[in-house]
Design a protein around this ligand. Sequence first.
Ligand SMILES: [Zn+2]
Length: 233
Amino acid sequence: MSRPKILYDLQQLDSQLDRHRARIAEIDRTLADDKAARVARKKVDAAQGNFDTVHKALLRTKSIVQEQRDKIKQTTNLLYGGTVKNPKELEDIQQEVGALKRYLDLLEERQLEAMLEFDEVQERRDQAKELLEQALADASKRNSALIEEKLQHQSASSGIESQRKAQASRVDATDIKIYETVRSKRAGVGVAKAQDRNCSACGSTLASALYQQARSPSNLTYCDTCGRIIYAE
Ligand SMILES: [Zn+2]
């Protein structure tokens, strides 16, 4: 078989492998980086942060309200406990209870506001969590399709790899070195077929003498524009 033809067949297999490998790499990148889920997770973190802050403030407010109620109870007990008998003192205590109750009203108002705010941040956090769940479900659906596709590319590749191995064993050691060198310098394509006397890789027209030379089975001929090995039928 002709030297350029053997290399051309090898090139066909390498090009197929390159396409499969490129797609596998692309799939791996997509699997490692799911943007929608990442954005949704950030929103959950922010909403959870707000929730924690507001929750703490609510607990603080509730305990202040409780303290105030206890204070009122204790002060009221003084009124009816019988230990204080002086009417002036009793009147002072009554006024103090009144003042404590007015302040309690204010505290309870603040507590109500804190509860409303709490409900709001809780709802927002729960919504963000739902959106994250959705994003994760979408990603896993997308990912399972991608993983399936990746497996297909891997299985196709291993089939081609064994063909490639068999084909490479037919190529002369020097030729394979030349081929690999040109291929690495020319975007993965070391051998170009001549089509209508044009180099199919770079499109330039091959001079008549060059074309004739390329048809010889015993020589390697190079496109004088792109430097690739030319295979002419
Ligand atoms: Zn060319």
